[in-house]
Design a protein around this ligand. Structure first.
Ligand code: UDP
Length: 335
């Protein structure tokens, strides 16, 4: 019995592979390395790796049969909000159409459990915080729209084929493994914490604070930063839940329940790194809601999930270990 992880060479995917392996699961990774890194699937994990596109139904069916796969965790996707606005069809193709092909392969191979990497972006601009799963879903960009379309797909594939699913809606994933040499490496990088740490490393002159006139206590945007290893443990528990229950179609928020402002994140990063990290206020970034905070009580109750690295200093300190030891990210020359 093994778990197939699509996008296992990506940021959250590789940390989930580490978590599964540590828990004694047998894991197979499929990644086309469009944005993933071969180095993120460490030799130390000793897991089979296939450089394969999830649209390749034939190869996927073979992989699922060869490795006795019983559950899929599906990360493989495009995930840049800005790019999704300028190139929406790429997102419909790489996210929606490609997931359709993956589900086709699963049905063909008789693999009827999937844990899906979804996002808080399915909610769009929330009418209240903390956000619960039943709140309105009005994505404000094609990234969130395509993730929601995939969640909807699960209703129909459950009805037609009995495929059970858990969609995990992440808030702001951050941090790094802490002891294994894996971490965040997006190219281009757009996320707050890695960019702040690039400033600490002297790779950028300052951090731009996108707007300080929001209706929040210090005027900067508030987000719910959740440690990537806490996300990873939720995936492990979701696999277990699907195996033990006739689960149907489920969706859970994953956040740490605490909001931190951009200014607070910068301040904690100054303390953790010991670097001054100059900041400059810049115009608001289009589409940024003032506050995003998760109500994750459902995941806690149903999956038995407890985030244990909730402290922002821990999250930033683990990220700093990775960035300071790998200032240029993964070495992709071995691709
Ligand atoms: N942000 C910022 N400067 C940056 C990058 C991000 O002020 O260089 C802000 C952004 O406006 C948002 C928060 O940091 O309020 C988190 O942004 P990120 O892109 O990390 O995640 P998102 O919330 O967009 O998923």
């Amino acid at each position: 019995m093994s778990v197939l992880v699509t996008g296992g060479a990506g940021y959250i995917g590789s940390h989930t592979v580490a978590e599964l392996v540590a828990a004694g699961e047998s894991v197979v990774v499929v990644d086309n390395l469009q944005t993933g890194h071969r180095g993120a699937v460490l030799e130390a994990f000793n897991v089979p790796f296939y450089n394969c596109d999830i649209r390749d139904t034939k190869q996927l069916v073979t992989i699922m049969n060869d490795h006795a796969v019983d559950t899929v965790i599906h990360f493989a996707a495009d995930s840049l909000v800005g790019e999704s606005v300028t190139n929406p069809l790429k997102y419909y193709d790489d996210n929606v159409a490609a997931t359709g092909k993956l589900l086709q392969a699963m049905v063909e191979a008789g693999v009827l459990r999937i844990v899906f990497s979804s996002t808080a972006a399915v909610y769009g601009k929330p009418s209240r915080v903390p956000i619960s799963e039943a709140d309105a879903k009005q994505p404000e960009n094609p990234y969130g729209e395509t993730k929601l379309a995939i969640e909807r797909m699960f209703h129909w594939t459950h009805r037609a084929h009995g495929l059970s699913s858990i969609s995990l809606r992440y808030f702001n994933a951050a941090g790094a493994h802490g002891s294994l040499p894996i971490g965040e490496d997006h190219r281009p990088e757009s996320h707050l914490i890695p960019i702040i740490l690039q400033v600490a490393l002297g790779q950028r002159p300052h951090i731009q604070v996108f707007g300080d006139d929001y209706e929040t206590p210090d005027g900067t945007c508030i987000r719910d930063y959740i440690h990537v290893m806490d996300l990873a443990s939720a995936h492990r528990l979701a696999v277990r839940y699907l195996r033990e229950h006739d689960a149907g179609v489920n969706a859970f928020n994953l956040g740490n329940g605490n909001g931190f402002s951009v200014n607070e994140v910068i301040e904690v990063a100054r303390t953790v790194t010991g670097h001054p990290i100059p900041a400059q206020v810049a115009p608001r970034r289009a589409g940024d809601p003032p506050q995003l905070i998760a109500d994750s009580s459902q995941a806690q109750q149903v999956l038995g999930w407890t985030p244990v690295r909730r402290d922002l200093a821990t999250i930033i300190s683990d990220a700093w270990k990775w960035h300071s030891s790998h200032p240029n990210g993964y070495d992709d020359s071995t691709r």
